[in-house]
Design a protein around this ligand. Sequence first.
Ligand code: CAA
Length: 379
Amino acid sequence: MAFELTQEQEMIRLMARDFARKELEPYAGKWAEEEKFPEAAIKKMGELGLLGMMVPAEYDGAGAGAVSYCLALQEISYACASTGVTMSVTNLSSDPIYKYGNEEQKRRYLMPLAGGKMIGAFAVTEPDAGSDPGSMSSRAEDMGDYYRVNGSKVFITNAGYAGVTILIARTGAEKSNRALSAFIVTPDLPGFKVGRREDKMGLRASNTVELLFDDCIVPKENLIGKEGLGFKIAMVALDSGRIGIASQSLGIARACLHEAVEYAKTRKQFGRNIGSFQAIQWMIADTAAEIEAAHWLTLSAADKKDRGEPFTREASIAKLFASEMANRAAYRALQIHGGYGYMKEYKVERLYRDARVTAIYEGTSEVQRLVIAREVMAD
Ligand code: CAA
């Protein structure tokens, strides 16, 4: 792995930073407070190519690769972690169609998704199937020329606004991973309904909803790949998704460090700036060191993906470390702010809440440890 970014990667990082600092950062607090999904800003991100970064240009993606994607997502999440997850899940939902879809599906659904004309969602989780998606009960019944889908999904990011949702549902009789299949669903399908919007602790400007399928008619041609491939398709997409969440975590952690340093330089106690005390310096040093480690873990996973090498283990290591690191960074940044950090008036209060879910979604820390241990022990 080369430790220097290419000129193109640097340019993409700067472009994303410039956009994020101007168009997201000044408004992120207000959007979160009002639970406003920033549609206009996301549309601009689509125009900049940030929503289909890993899809090649022939399918209207930016063809920028995973390293550039991680750099850009860090910048977006630094400015607005809610927009970070919108970007991450849209990029994630291109993956199944790009890797397993047929030409017609790519033209109809991947091109507008990767070209930033719509956002995407990824519907796996159910009320009784979170870490164990193999136990899901949503069912797609083969009715000859269409599938009849019944069931519900919860905690689905973007789905209230998504033009395309990747749905994983059971097509076989047995309760196993091999009986799941992946489908493309669109909001116009009869029997498809967006349910309750979740009232979340953090990422309050992102859209998280329940999806209901009530005798939903999904055309046969919307099956991705073939029946039984759904679990594998979801796992492959989640490998990429996890480097996205590692990058989102990094963006949040960098914002925490920035807020902590600025506050430590100006807040006076005992007649001095608190930044002159070792207790504060050590917290800043620990966060800076951990950000550096998480950054390289994430880029090394992304680099493997760009090279076409297996990266399941590296993606889980990056996601585990970066998400837990972001939570430590947020804890320390809030601690440095003392009582002020607990008040909504200060940005660290939001960052602290935004960081929490990174260690939960797209596979909890416990699931990441399970994946890592399996990979290490199989080596
Ligand atoms: N790549 C390719 N194939 C994979 C794979 C991967 N990364 N991981 C597993 N598979 C394959 C296995 O090879 C196996 O194939 P065979 O049946 O042919 O042998 C099959 O899938 C089953 O694998 P496992 O036996 O490992 O499956 P498991 O039931 O033990 O589960 C798990 C493993 C890692 C716990 C998995 O269930 C998992 O990742 N759970 C967490 C789910 C998750 O991340 N949910 C997040 C929802 S999406 C979200 O949060 C998005 C959002 O909105 C922000």
